[in-house]
Structures are given as C-alpha cells and as structure tokens.
Design a protein around this ligand. Structure first.
Ligand code: HGY
Ligand code: MN
Ligand code: MN
Ligand code: MN
Length: 404
C-alpha cells in the first residue's frame, strides 16, 4: 500500500503541521508567496509527484497537479494552502490532502480516469496578504479586474504585480488568462466545516447548498492627534473613541438583523503611542448576509451609525469597499446528485466564502464539508477527527469515481 493509503491524508496533515506556525498569535500564518506558503507549495509539488501527477502553475499563481493528460472538461478538485493570521490546521489544507489521498486510493484500486483530472491549489484564498479573499479564483474567472489586482499592495508596500514577478509570473497575465478556467468541466472542493451544522446533524460529511454574500470595507476615522496628558477631555477629537463606538454600532446593527454577520477583526491605530491621542484609526469591516440586498442594507445602516458616532466625536470617516462577493447557490441538480451518490448526506449553507463559490459563477461547482467538532474556525481551535477526515476522503473518492 502506498504511504498515501491507509492514513495518507492524515500523514499529509502531519507533514505540514510544523509549517508556518505563528508563535505570537497561535495557530498558523501562511500567506501567499511568503516563506511558509512557499514551503507548502513545494511540499504539495513533491507529494503530487509521488503519485505521478504532473505539475504546472497557471498565470495567476494557482498550482495544477494533473492526473494524466491535461485537457478540457476536466474534473478538478482541490482547495488552498494559505491561511488567515493565526489560522487553523484544516481550513484549506484538508481539501488539498484529501484530494491527493482520494486520487492515490483510486490509483491503488487500479481505477483509470476516462477524462482529464487535476488537483487545483488556489493562491491567496484568505486574502490575508493582499486583502481580497479568493484572489486566485477571482483572477482566474475575471471576477477581479486585472488592473485593480496588479495594484493591490501588501503591508510592506509590495504590489501584487511585484510579488507575482518574484514568484516567476508575468504580471501582464494576472487576471486576464481564461485558458485555465476553460479546462475545468466541474470543480468540487472538500473543506472543513467552519460552523456547527454537522455537529447539530450528527453527521461527518455534507454537501454545500449556499454561501452568504460577503463584503469587506475599510473605514478610516480621522481625528486630531495630540498629547495624552496635556489635552483636556473636552478638547479632544479622538478617532479611537469614534472607532470604538463604530464597532459597537456594527455589533448592534448585525445583531438586530436575523442571519446577518458583521465583524471588525482588524484595526490600525496611527501613530500608536501609549501617551498619544491617535490621529487616525483604520478599521476593516467584514459584513455578510443571505442576500446581496440584505448585506448592502446592513452596510447602509452601519455607515449611518458610524457617521453619527464619528460626528459626535468631532472626527471624519472615509469608507472604501475593498471586496465584494455576491451570495452563491450551488447548482441544486449537482448538489442533490452528489448527496444521493453519498447515501443522502445533508446539504448545508455556509457563512464562509470559498473558491468553489467564486468558480460557481463560471463552471459547475460543488463542495463537501467535513465535520469540525469544535465548530470553531479561523482559529487554532479548528479541528477535524481522523475518522471524519477519512469519511471525507472516502466521500470525495466516491464522487471522483462517479465523475471520472
Ligand atoms: O472569509 C472567508 O469566509 C473565507 O475563509 N475566506
Ligand atoms: Mn478561511
Ligand atoms: Mn478556506
Ligand atoms: Mn512627551
């Protein structure tokens, strides 16, 4: 039995368990084309090579591992290897190692595909370096304009174009290459569940039914920097106070609208001195709802409340939309066909965005979820048991067998 069998995918997870550990935050920080993610790319290429897959990197920096001759109408599976800052071990990698192991199992059973098949590893699904979630799939489908993409800048001032050149790509092709997309006949992504759906259903595996609409906005609150000790409270225009009230407004607005979610998980305080009243505060809003309209309505309410809070503190605010992804409903025929093929596994909605959701606008796409007994994700507490991971691989293997 190849070492990919038996617990191949568990061995795969073990092999990368030490890559990109974030001692300060806990969990993993693996961001596109930076050391840890480059190490994972190399690991993936080596692992795929062990089962005879042929590797190529497309013009948007996504990695393809072909089982047999590359070609049109391919059955493609995969996910991503990058993470959020301080992320968990399964979000992304579980889909990649499961794809490797499902193919290894089919090979070991002497199965030969009747159509092209590939594993696809997307670049920058989390948007942790350049700020746009699902960057690799958006570039592939054209959901993100090429000019805007090339100009994206990371925290060190490196543009996506510059980072792409360092990664060996021609930035002129970022976001313009449709060849890669045209080879996909169907895409299926296995992913750890990031909520409590399968816990409550008491099942190890589900198919995805829908993905929330999801927007990201950058709020820049500007006040007047000053001395923490010499400035009377009545004389202050403190953007930190306005931003704090804005965060409370986000919490109130989303909590009052059933099904909506809104988060401020990232802030940048300028200049950031203990004895300095800030001059400006940047806060990033992540807002989601079942429909595009509800998400936009939530944003409208939040910005009205923020305007009020900011004005009362003598500050000003600028709101910039950084990314937007409309709600996704996976093809019900495909969803139900896959559910039936897996013995009637449930269909679950998700609040988390995925590359499969971006691709769904262009090619038949589906997702498999594997139970996460903590129900927590984007955190070191994210987890999946060995049994459920194997149930996920077996489900993916079964689907690939019906498709290939
Ligand atoms: O933010 C998300 O929902 C995904 O994990 N990128
Ligand atoms: Mn994620
Ligand atoms: Mn993910
Ligand atoms: Mn001083």
């Amino acid at each position: 039995m190849s070492e990919l069998l038996a617990d191949g995918m568990l061995a795969g997870l073990d092999e990368i368990a030490g890559t990109g550990r974030d001692a300060r935050r806990g969990g993993y920080s693996r961001h596109v084309w930076q050391a840890a993610e480059l190490e994972l790319r190399a690991w993936f290429v080596e692992r795929a090579g062990r089962i005879g897959l042929d590797i190529e990197t497309d013009r948007n920096g996504n990695i393809w591992a072909w089982w047999g001759t590359p070609g049109p109408d391919a059955v493609v599976t995969g996910s991503h290897l990058d993470s959020v800052p301080g992320g968990g071990a399964y979000d992304g990698p579980l889909g990649v190692v499961s794809a490797l192991d499902a193919i290894a199992r089919l090979q070991a059973a002497g199965f030969t595909p009747s159509r092209p098949c590939a594993i696809l590893v997307f670049a920058e699904e989390e948007g942790s370096r350049f700020g746009i979630a699902c960057l690799g799939s958006r570039l592939m489908t054209g959901a993100l304009g090429a000019d805007r993409a090339r100009a994206l800048v990371d925290a060190d001032g490196v543009t996506l174009a510059e980072a792409a050149v360092r990664a060996g790509l021609d930035p002129a092709h970022l976001g313009t290459d449709r060849e890669a997309l045209e080879r996909i006949g169907l895409f299926v992504e296995l992913h750890v569940e990031q909520g409590r759906g399968l816990i409550e259903l008491g099942q190890p595996v589900a198919v995805a039914s829908s993905i929330l609409a999801h927007g990201r906005w950058r709020l820049t609150v500007t006040g007047r920097g000053n001395h923490a000790g010499a400035t009377l409270m009545a004389d202050r225009r403190d953007p930190m106070v306005a931003a704090a009230r804005a965060v409370l407004a986000v919490q109130d607005a989303a909590s009052a609208r059933p099904g909506t979610r809104a988060t401020v998980g990232r802030m940048n305080i300028v200049p950031g001195g203990t004895n300095v009243i800030a001059s400006s505060v940047q806060a990033w809003l992540d807002a989601r709802a079942e429909t595009d309209e509800e998400t936009r309505a939530l944003l409208g309410e939040i910005t009205a409340l923020v305007d009020e809070a900011v004005a009362e503190n003598g500050c000003s605010v600028a709101v910039v939309e950084e990314s937007w992804a409309g709600s996704v409903h996976f093809d019900p025929e495909l969803r139900d066909r896959f559910s039936a093929a897996l013995g009637g596994v449930p269909a679950l909605p998700t609040g988390a965005g995925h590359d499969a959701g971006v691709l769904a606008a262009s090619v038949p796409s589906a997702m498999l979820f594997v139970r996460n007994p903590t129900g927590i994700s984007h955190s070191p507490e994210e987890f999946a048991t060995a049994d459920d991971c194997v149930a996920g691989v077996e489900a993916l293997e079964k689907l690939l067998r019906t498709l290939l």
